[in-house]
Design a protein around this ligand. Structure first.
Ligand code: ADP
Length: 455
């Protein structure tokens, strides 16, 4: 097992990993930017190295500084968390060269699955259902338009390097194709330095269903059931739950088997996620694989009782999986709500600043993953997610009751947050009925704006 892990991340996920290290008797090393010297992860780790100025590109995204810090402190592994360098194959190669284990899959797997059009190809060849669309990448609007015209509108134009909802646009007609393509491409070039695109049929109001995978370096692959992440704003998840109200045991087995097949086709190891869209007729299609731990991993941990970070570390250290498929039982119901420092009344713009007081709910079946504390100054440089509230109970109805209480009790003062907004969502009759799809938030937001206009 590793002796010392450097955590190449910040915020709640860095804290989550530091805690796991401590439980496993592994020394933890935090890295921080100059803006994060007082941050919780920098205070909690056994050692902390300040690696550069506030902007992420000069600190958390600076590969040489990160690997340099790991070498300086004698870390034998790096956990990348999510975002930042977690899906960067160049970084993985750099770690390998320096004899540091990257806690995640190999650079080759990341190249294969991180590039979304490449991943589509791998899945098509493996016989995994994908959203109808192009098999090869598309570089020019003219060529793309030809394909889209043939396919029929609406279509989704997507960046191969995409992530976090960036570089993705719906296109409704031939007339608007060129403009939409160029806009998405420009966004992709700016965000990822890569304007390679591909085109998919636009699935109208699907559910986003993803399967958690665990795979070791010996070819053992299991799935840990699904998460329903249909509550999204601009393709970014807001609420996630497991199990999905739309999946029964039979479908779970079927989709789970496809997810395992997909991971095997990629030669995958580590924790990973296979994402699907499920349409109204019940058909489901692979959209992408995430080759890292995800924000929403706690809901799966709760319904399966499996610690995903611990497993991820064990797999990286070359140990076989602790579980076989039959050990995995999905029990009860878990829901996660993302708490963001943002102004929901002004286009969700980030609201950094000093958190003057914090009250977290607690009790049986309530989990908070957060790096916040009273007096903490949220810096403006990074992601606006500041906490995750996760609840667990015997069934969805009870979990929802618990969520209502816990969210109602949560207090963060000094900054604007989406707590009230989330409270409205979880009390929406459609959400309560489990009757949701990826178009939910758009409808919800529209209804909300109409009411405020009347008022
Ligand atoms: P990212 O990697 O940027 O998160 P994904 O490919 O995972 O992008 O898609 C994110 C979300 O965008 C999905 O959960 C879904 O809501 C929407 N989406 C993606 N592809 C399609 C599609 N072909 N049709 C309809 N919605 C889609």
């Amino acid at each position: 097992m590793f002796k010392k892990i450097l955590i190449a991340n910040r915020g709640e996920i860095a804290v989550r990993i530091i805690r796991a290290c401590r439980e496993m008797d592994i020394m933890s090393v935090a890295i921080c930017s100059e803006a994060d010297k007082d941050a919780l992860h920098a205070q909690l780790a056994d050692e902390t190295v300040c690696i550069g100025p506030a902007p992420a590109k000069d600190s958390y995204l600076d590969m040489e500084r990160v690997v340099g810090a790991a070498m300086a402190v004698g870390a034998d592994a790096i956990h990348p968390g999510f975002g930042f360098l977690s899906e960067n194959s160049k970084f993985v190669r750099m770690c390998e060269k320096c004899n540091i284990t990257f806690i995640g899959p190999s650079a080759e797997i990341i190249d294969k699955m991180g590039n979304k059009s490449e991943a589509r190809k791998t899945m098509i060849d493996a016989g995994v259902p994908v959203v109808p669309g192009t098999k090869d990448a598309v570089y020019e609007a003219e060529k793309g338009k030809e394909i889209a015209d043939q396919m029929g509108y609406p279509v989704m134009i997507k960046a191969s390097a995409g992530g976090g909802g960036k570089g993705m646009r719906v296109c409704n007609s031939s007339e608007e194709f060129e403009h939409t393509f160029e806009t998405a491409k420009l966004e992709a070039e700016n965000a990822f330095g890569d304007g390679t695109m591909y085109i998919e049929k636009y699935i109208v109001d699907p559910r986003h269903i993803e399967f958690q995978i665990l795979a070791d370096k010996f070819g053992n692959v299991i799935h840990l059931g699904e998460r329903d992440c249909s509550i999204q704003r601009r393709h970014q998840k807001l609420i996630e739950e497991s199990p999905s109200p739309a999946i029964d045991e039979e479908l779970r087995e079927k989709m789970g088997a496809v997810a395992v097949k997909a991971a095997k086709a990629a030669g995958y190891y580590s924790a990973g996620t296979i994402e699907f869209l499920k349409d109204k007729s019940g058909d489901f299609y692979f959209i992408e694989m995430n080759t890292r731990i995800q924000v929403e991993h706690p809901v799966t941990e709760w319904v399966t009782g499996i610690d995903l970070i611990r497993e991820q570390i064990r797999i990286a250290a070359g140990q076989p999986l602790t579980y076989v498929q039959d050990d995995v039982q999905v029990k009860g119901h878990a829901i996660e709500v993302r708490i963001n420092a943002e102004d929901t009344e002004h286009d969700f713009r980030p609201s950094p600043g000093t958190v003057t007081s914090v009250h977290f709910p607690g009790g049986k079946g309530v989990r908070i993953d957060s790096a916040l504390f009273a007096g903490y100054q949220i810096p403006p440089y990074y992601d606006s997610m500041v906490a995750k509230l996760i609840v667990y109970d015997k069934n969805r109805q009870l979990a929802l009751r618990k969520l209502r209480n816990a969210l109602g009790e949560l207090v963060l003062e000094g900054i604007k947050t989406n707590i009230d907004y989330q409270y409205e969502i979880i009390n929406d009759p459609d959400f309560v009925a489990g009757n949701v799809d990826t178009g939910f938030i758009e409808r919800f937001q529209k209804a909300r704006e109409e009411i405020s206009e009347v008022e």
